[in-house]
Structure formats: structure tokens, C-alpha cells
Design a protein around this ligand. Structure first.
Ligand code: ANZ
Ligand code: ZN
Length: 849
């Protein structure tokens, strides 16, 4: 055909791929395996440009690896449990299951329309019983091993979603989903003992060379390992002691007061009668403050004196005991020895409450004076006012004081982690039921394996009144105790949906395995995931939980992998400028014409470029994009407009440009069809050489740009240049072989990016087998070398030397090479070069005197 008609071509190839089950794979292969995974989507209803970008990036890698001869596992499925389904039920009266299934059906069509090369045979949704029943089994095994346990704890509570949130799901004090300010609440909750794995999770980070440093740093900080000492401070009037955790035992001689968390169990006990009123008021006030705020640097440090004192175990000085808002109960021991001279928070606190300052570390070239210091000295220095440790470097003193404390029985070295156990209970309906039964006689009884699955009932009511519908579903929660047979009550909480996404990548290895969560042989073959791709917003929670689950499943004997994802690519956001009308507020792009609001005609204000979001209406509908230009253009744009890790800014002209480029490639094949009929092997002489050089250099560049580096934008740009070179090549009729080679290379190199049009062009170029059979093109280094030319050099008209330069070298380059030649330099001697005459491709004459 003369015209490039993307829609027809794309639908035809998509049908062909589906009919032949083209991307379905098995372990029975003599090729090397490559497991490529993109973070699976939440079935919200429609795909957005972020999905288009994420999955286009993944598909390039999948197709590239396949072309390189790998057995590529590239699965897709649905992270299908979660709150939006339930909210839809409350708002629109549609059952979460129905809502989810319909959304999946729609989004599956959209993904198929993009021509993504998934093994659809492996598709599953996490709300399938066949998936979550295995999750329930894993939970039972974790419970057996003490890796899942129940405790009452103060939790982050979202009053809007009526559910508990993990720390990781609280962003700036607010619910990560709905933005409501999070409250504290005491509740009985199920926890996973991720803290058992804190050290291993941290240690492995050093070996994870295939992850972005930024993500590794975030995980390291989240795990937050601190080494220090626990030191016991005797109380003044009793035999009791209070333990503090410090990372700075070198400052112990400077500790002048103690700060307790307001929630500290001894807080009230230590409070004297005349301080009671003030203390109780303070505790009540802090209870309303958010934990993250309380500890942030610029939050006002506040406290109250309890009226009691403890004794500094080294100086024997009396230290007043305060409650302080910045001390948290759930870190260390909930008590801090305060050193105002060397800790900024303590400094601010001491200034406010007029508490004593003792300097114990003096910096090298300054003399710190408690009377005049304006902030704490937190740097290194020499020990002073510290008895036997005076004169030491403080780092050395850290070690020696720790040893001394241990020897005297005052303290011991400890390690603290910021990481907390993972609270997984949610008071929600649309999730995996936790397989536990509560019996008055027997207590907490796990559901026996043979009774799995605990199926989520469908006949529930959504009142929107809060609390889980399961807790009101009598037939669901009424059971007989598996141990004593008496009437008992089923757990009505469900799992945090992050549990499902913590092991789905392993289930893709064996989605139909019926005798356990994981088929060991399949896991052995496919895992770990070689390349994982997704948003950086998952840097901590999802990626840390998945690492934790991998280790748990390993220790449960389910599979034999330490780390789930060998390489990680975090793609940037898709952004677009916002537009607003003074009358109608934010506007969709379709509601603006020639800079004016289509509703009222008023001029539109262009706002900041931000991540595409429905709330600001700066979105582009992938369906419309595909309907207008085809999936290949949509893919090409999202790959060409920016490198994958960077944010991508939407640009209508660039979309148009991508479409024009594909037309150009199309026409290059069409226009040259007669010439190509005469093509045999690529010619290696004359002007064919330059074109071939370009062809093979492009193959090399594109290969290197894609492979492990993801420089898709520069790879595409290189092919564009090759296509330009083909257009500009004037002797097509004379060298049809070289032209054909160049055209075929362009088509093959573009195949991972724009799979439909390239497959069609490949067929048009006369190939009966598809592109995958052809494989990834290889470059011929011999064809890449530049021709060299022999240049004669004269000095003052006499031939003195000969050099070779590349045929494409310019005048300046030739002149430089001539003057640098040793023989020539010898003949110039002490003389000055007056003039250099270059006859391109032949001769240089140096005039010197
Ligand atoms: C005395 C000291 C002197 C401290 C000094 C620091 C500097 P990281 O590194 O995060 O582990 N701390 C201990 N428990 C705390 C709690 N529950 N809430 C708030 N702060 C707490 O921090 C450890 C340091 O944080 C500890 O070392 C302690 O203050 C404080 F010049 O002890 B330090
Ligand atoms: Zn919420």
C-alpha cells in the first residue's frame, strides 16, 4: 500500500499474535531465560498515559530480549483488591467484584490494543480465589513460625477510609489514597515480623548493583540501622532505673537532663504532685500531635518537668527528668539522655527551659563556650570534661566509653532499627480474608489448611457507615472452632493489599500450579525477575515488602531465591501543562481552543507543568491518541520524548512528529520497491560504503543504547538519522543491495518500539518469516571502518613525508595531522610555519622559514 494506515495494520497483527499465542512461554526451552516484569496495574477502569509509558518501556525490553534469542517471560495481571472498588460500591451501588471484573475486561482490551507482548495465558487477578487461597496458606505458615502475630498497637487510622494504614501509607500526616489527616488509634492488629529480616534486608542492599542508588538509599534510610548503647540511669529516690538509647555515648559526661516520650510507661509514676496538672495537660496536648511532625527538625520543641530526677551514672550529677514532644515511644527505649551542647534538639529544649550546658567535645580550631554558643556542636573533636576520657578523639571515646559501660554493668552496645513490623490488618471487605478463628475456649486458632480457602462472601451490604461489611455478615463470621467444635468467631479483617503484590511475581512462574503457592521447578527456572520496571513511588513499601516476602518464602521452603528483582528501572512521570479558565476552573485539553475556553470564550491561563492527573484535568486519553495515530505512534512518542527515568512532558508536536516519522519509514520502503527488486547482497564498493558504514554504526549504537541502558530516545534518534541517510542517498539504483540492507536494518531496529508497522514492512520487504525469526541485527565491524587516504606532505615544495587520514577528515584535521608528523617537524626545524596549503584528499604543502 502507498499510504500508512496504522489502525488496520495494528489490528491485523494483534490478531495474528493472539491467534498464534505468540508470546506464551514455557520452561521447556533451550534458550536462556529472561524474566521481564512491569508493576501490575490496579484495575481502576481505564489505562492512563503513565501505564502507556510504563508498559511501552517494558515491551521494548521484552521484544528486544526475544529478538536477541532469549526465552522471555513477560506476564501481566491485576492488583485487584483495594479500596476504590469498595468506594465504588458505596457510591454507585455496584458490587466490588463486578466493578473489578468489568474494569479488568476494559483495561485488558486497552493493553491488547497497544500491542504489548504479554503471555496472556499467565494472567490472573489477585482477587481470584486461586490466588489468594495460597496467600492464606503462606500466612498460616508464617503464623506457625511466629512471623505473623497479633498485638494491640497504636495505629494510623484513616477516618475516611475507615481503616488502618501502614506507616509507609501515610504521606505528610495524610492517607496516601484519600488525603485525609491520619489519626492515632489503639487496635488489635495482625503484624508481619519484617524486623526479623532487618539486617538481611540491609546487607543485601550492598549487593544490589542493578537498582538505582536513590532507591537503595531510601530503603537503607527506611530500615534505619543505628549502633549505639543502652545506658541505665538510676533514679534519685528509688532503686529503679531508666534506660536510654544513645548513638552518642561519647557525650555521656555532657548529659544534663533526661527526656522521656510522653507515652513512656513511667511518665505518670515519676510525676510529683505539684507537677501533675501540668504533666497531664502536656500529655493530652501531645496526643493530638502527629508523630512525624513531632520529630521533624523545625517543629517547636516542648516539654514539661516531671518533678523527679535521675543520676548521671558517670558524673553522678542530678538530672531533671522531662517529658518532651520530640521523643517517641516506639524507638529505642522511649527515653533520651539529653546533651544540649551536642544535640540540636536538646539545645533548643535546654534554652527554652533554662537547663544546664556542659561542653564535652571541643572542635579542632574553635573553643566552644556554653555561655555563648548559638547552636549545638555536632561535629568531631577532642574530649573534655570527661574524666579519664579527656584528650581522646571523640570517635575513639565512643568505643572506649561503650566498653567501660559494659564493664561497669551500666550499659551495653545495641543496634536499633527504625523499621517497624508491618501491620497488615485492614477493616475492609474487598481483600483477602485472614484465615484465623477466635474461640472463647481455645483462643486464637488458625484455620486448618484443609479448610482453605476462606472465601470472601459476595452477599454483603455496603452502607458506607464505616467498619467492614464482613463484621456484619453473620454467616461469614459464625464458625465452629476447629479445635473444640464450639461456636467461634472468624477474623473479619482482610489483608493490606500490599500483601498480594508482595509475591505475585513468583506466582507468574506457575499461575496454574494447583498443589501450592509456588511450583519449585518453575520458580527455579524463572526467578529472580531479571528486569523490573515501575514507578519510583514504590521505592519503599512495595519493593521492601516484596524483598521481605521473598526471604520469607525462601525460609518456608517454598522457593530458593534471596532477592526478587535483579535489576530495577524506575520510570519518570508523564507531565503536561495545566490550563484554567477564570470562569470554569481547570480545563481538559479538549476544552481549550486557540487559547480560549470553549465554554465561555475567555482566555485561558497556562499553569505549571505537572504530573497528569484527573484532578487538574491535564490528562490525555490513550484511547483517543491510539484512535488518531495508532498504537505505534503512542508507543514511539512515550519512548522518544524522554529517557525512561526522567519525567516526560507531553507535547502535541512531538506526537505529530513521531507519526510523520513512521510515515517516512513507510514511504522509504514503498517508494523504493522497484529498486529493491534488483537487490542482491549489499555492495561493498564505491558510494555504497558510506551508506553501509552508517547502517552498521546505527546497529551498534541502537544495540548498545537499548541493552541494559534504556537510552531509547537516543536509539530512536539514531534510526531517524539512518532513515534520513537513506532518503539522501543518491545512487539507490546503482547500489540496491546497500539500500535494502539499510532499510531492513531501520525496520529491524525499530521493531521493539513500533512492533506493528515494522512487522508489516518486513513482510512488504519480501520476508515470509516474521521479525523474531530474523532476530536482532548484527553489525559488521569491517563495514564500519572509515576509508583512509594517503596524503603527501611537502615542506617548502619538496616531498618529505606521507601520512594516512580518514577519508572524511576535514581540512583542519588534515593540516593538524601534517604538522604533527615527526619528519615534517624535523624539516621545519627552528623555522616558523608561514602558510599551509591543503589539497583535499591528496597533498599538504607547508611553507616555513
Ligand atoms: C544522646 C545524644 C547526644 C544523642 C548527642 C544524639 C546526639 P538515630 O541516629 O536516629 O538512631 N533518641 C533515642 N531514642 C529516641 C526516641 N525514642 N525519640 C527521639 N529521639 C531518640 O538517633 C539516635 C539518637 O536519637 C540518640 O542518641 C538519642 O539522642 C535520640 F550529641 O543520645 B542521642
Ligand atoms: Zn483514606
Amino acid at each position: 500500500e502507498e499510504r500508512y494506515e496504522p489502525i488496520g495494520i495494528e489490528l491485523a497483527w494483534q490478531k495474528a499474535w493472539a491467534d498464534s499465542n505468540k508470546f506464551s512461554v514455557s520452561e521447556k526451552s533451550d534458550k536462556e531465560k529472561f524474566y521481564l516484569l512491569e508493576m501490575f496495574p490496579y484495575p481502576s477502569g481505564r489505562i492512563h498515559m503513565g501505564h502507556v509509558r510504563n508498559y511501552s518501556i517494558g515491551d521494548v525490553v521484552a521484544r528486544f530480549k526475544r529478538l536477541q534469542g532469549y526465552n522471555v517471560l513477560h506476564p501481566m495481571g491485576w492488583d485487584a483488591f483495594g479500596m476504590p472498588a469498595e468506594n465504588a460500591a458505596i457510591q454507585h451501588g455496584i458490587h466490588p467484584a463486578k466493578w473489578t471484573v468489568e474494569n479488568i475486561a476494559n483495561m485488558r482490551l486497552q493493553l491488547k490494543r497497544m500491542g504489548l507482548s504479554y503471555d496472556w495465558d499467565r494472567e490472573f487477578a489477585t482477587c481470584d480465589v486461586d490466588y489468594y487461597k495460597w496467600e492464606q496458606l503462606i500466612f498460616l505458615k508464617m503464623f506457625e513460625k511466629g512471623l505473623a502475630y497479633k498485638k494491640s498497637s497504636s495505629v494510623n487510622w484513616c477516618p475516611t477510609c475507615q481503616t488502618v494504614l501502614a506507616n509507609e501509607q501515610v504521606e505528610d500526616d495524610a492517607c496516601w489514597r484519600c488525603g485525609t489527616v491520619v489519626e492515632d488509634k489503639e487496635l488489635d492488629q495482625w503484624f508481619f515480623k519484617i524486623t526479623n529480616y532487618a539486617q538481611e534486608l540491609l546487607d543485601e542492599i550492598d549487593k544490589m548493583a542493578g537498582w538505582p542508588d536513590s532507591v537503595l538509599t531510601m530503603q537503607r534510610n527506611w530500615i534505619g540501622r543505628s549502633t549505639g548503647c543502652e545506658v541505665a540511669f538510676p533514679l534519685e529516690n528509688t532503686l529503679d532505673k531508666i534506660k536510654v538509647f544513645t548513638t552518642r555515648q561519647d557525650t555521656l559526661y555532657g548529659a544534663t537532663f533526661m527526656s522521656l516520650a510522653p507515652e513512656h510507661p513511667k511518665a505518670l509514676e515519676l510525676t510529683t504532685d505539684d507537677q501533675r496538672e501540668a504533666v497531664e495537660a502536656f500529655i493530652a496536648k501531645v496526643r493530638t500531635q502527629d508523630k512525624k511532625n513531632r520529630t521533624s527538625e523545625d517543629f517547636e520543641k516542648e516539654g514539661v518537668f516531671t518533678g523527679s530526677y535521675c543520676i548521671n551514672p558517670l558524673t553522678r550529677r542530678k538530672m531533671p527528668i522531662y517529658l518532651a514532644n520530640f521523643v517517641l515511644m516506639d524507638y529505642g527505649t522511649g527515653a533520651v539522655m539529653a546533651v544540649p551542647t551536642h544535640d540540636q534538639r536538646d539545645f533548643e529544649f535546654a534554652k527554652k527551659y533554662d537547663l544546664p550546658l556542659v561542653v564535652v567535645i571541643q572542635p579542632e580550631d574553635e573553643n566552644i563556650d556554653p555561655e555563648t554558643m548559638a547552636e549545638a556542636w555536632t561535629g568531631p573533636g577532642k574530649m573534655v570534661n570527661s574524666d579519664r576520657f579527656d584528650g581522646l578523639d571523640n570517635e575513639a571515646a565512643k568505643e572506649q566509653i561503650a566498653d567501660y559501660l559494659a564493664k561497669e554493668g551500666i550499659g551495653e552496645k545495641t543496634v536499633n532499627f527504625r523499621l517497624r513490623d508491618w501491620g497488615v490488618s485492614r477493616q475492609r471487605y474487598w481483600g483477602t480474608p485472614i484465615p484465623i478463628i477466635y474461640c472463647d475456649q481455645c483462643g486464637v486458632v488458625p484455620v486448618p489448611e484443609k479448610d482453605l480457602p476462606v472465601v470472601l462472601p459476595t452477599d454483603v451490604e455496603f452502607t458506607g457507615e464505616g467498619g467492614s461489611p464482613l463484621a456484619k455478615h453473620k454467616e461469614f463470621y459464625t464458625v465452629s472452632c476447629p479445635q473444640c467444635g464450639e461456636v467461634a468467631r472468624r477474623e473479619t479483617d482482610t489483608f493490606d493489599t500490599f500483601v498480594e503484590s508482595s509475591w505475585y511475581f513468583a506466582r507468574y512462574a506457575c499461575p496454574d500450579f494447583a498443589s501450592g503457592p509456588i511450583d519449585r521447578a518453575a520458580a527455579e527456572y524463572w526467578l529472580p525477575v531479571d528486569q523490573y520496571i515501575g514507578g519510583v513511588e514504590h521505592a519503599v513499601m512495595h519493593l521492601l515488602y516484596a524483598r521481605f516476602f521473598t526471604k520469607v518464602m525462601r525460609d518456608l521452603g517454598l522457593m530458593d531465591v534471596d532477592e526478587p528483582f535483579t535489576n530495577l528501572l524506575t520510570q519518570g512521570m508523564v507531565c503536561k501543562e495545566t490550563q484554567s479558565c477564570p470562569e470554569h476552573g481547570w480545563l481538559y485539553p479538549e476544552q481549550v481552543e486557540n487559547g480560549k475556553c470553549t465554554q465561555c470564550g475567555k482566555p485561558v491561563t497556562i499553569g505549571r507543568t505537572e504530573k497528569m492527573s484527573k484532578s487538574k484535568m491535564n490528562v490525555v486519553d490513550p484511547d483517543k491518541l491510539i484512535a488518531t495515530y495508532g498504537a505505534d505512534t503512542a508507543r514511539l512518542f512515550s519512548l522518544f520524548a524522554a529517557p525512561p527515568e526522567k519525567d516526560l512532558e507531553w507535547n502535541d508536536q512531538s506526537v505529530e512528529g513521531c507519526y510523520r516519522f513512521l510515515n517516512r519509514v513507510w514511504r522509504a520502503v514503498y517508494d523504493n520497491q522497484d529498486i529493491l527488486k534488483n537487490a542482491a547482497a549489499p555492495e561493498t564498493e564505491g558510494d555504497a560504503k558510506a551508506l553501509r558504514r552508517m547502517t552498521h554504526r546505527t546497529i551498534k549504537k541502537v544495540t548498545e543504547d537499548i541493552d541494559g541502558r534504556f537510552h531509547f530516545n537516543t536509539a530512536i534518534a539514531a534510526v531517524m538519522e539512518l532513515v534520513n541517510a537513506i532518503y539522501g542517498f543518491e545512487k539507490k539504483a546503482e547500489y540496491p543491495g546497500a539500500v535494502k540492507e539499510a532499510l531492513e536494518a531501520a525496520v529491524r531496529l525499530l521493531a521493539p518500539f513500533v512492533p506493528h508497522v515494522t512487522e508489516e514492512l518486513w513482510a512488504n520487504l519480501g520476508h515470509e518469516e516474521d521479525l523474531e525469526t530474523a532476530g536482532w541485527p548484527e553489525y559488521d565491524t569491517a563495514a564500519m571502518v572509515e576509508d583512509e587516504k594517503l596524503i603527501v606532505i611537502q615542506v617548502n615544495g619538496k616531498v618529505r613525508s606521507k601520512i594516512t587520514v580518514s577519508a572524511s577528515a576535514g581540512k583542519d584535521e588534515v593540516e593538524k595531522a601534517a604538522l604533527a608528523d615527526e619528519t615534517v617537524q624535523r624539516f621545519i626545524g627552528d623555522g616558523t610555519v608561514r602558510k599551509v596549503i591543503v589539497v583535499p584528499g591528496k597533498l599538504v604543502n607547508v611553507v616555513a622559514s
